[in-house]
Design a protein around this ligand. Structure first.
Ligand SMILES: [Zn+2]
Length: 93
């Protein structure tokens, strides 16, 4: 897969590189890309796991910053029981 990605980004005309994805990311999220750019961006994401993860992380960061502390709540809502189980299993090792 990595080989394919390298070949695609090097030899397919107009194919975005990972660096391009990084620079396009803001405009992509803001909906500022042209249809062609948008397609190229999505095509790269469909082949490139690193960038896909990166974009998802970016989207999450934006969402959290917009929604504020509320989105952090589920992490704090881990059942006390589960925490104890995890802690105990650590001690056993
Ligand atoms: Zn990439």
């Amino acid at each position: 897969m990595l080989m394919i990605k390298r070949l695609m980004t090097q030899y397919v005309p107009g194919m975005l590189t990972c660096k391009d994805v990084d620079s396009f990311l803001y405009d992509f999220h803001e909906g500022q890309l042209s249809i062609a750019e948008n397609l190229k961006f999505k095509l790269h994401l469909s082949m490139c796991r690193e960038c896909k993860t990166y974009v998802q992380g970016y989207k999450n960061a934006i969402r959290i910053s917009k929604e504020g502390v509320k989105t952090a709540e589920p992490i704090e809502k881990v059942p006390e029981e589960l925490v104890q189980i995890i802690l105990k299993s650590r001690i056993k090792k």
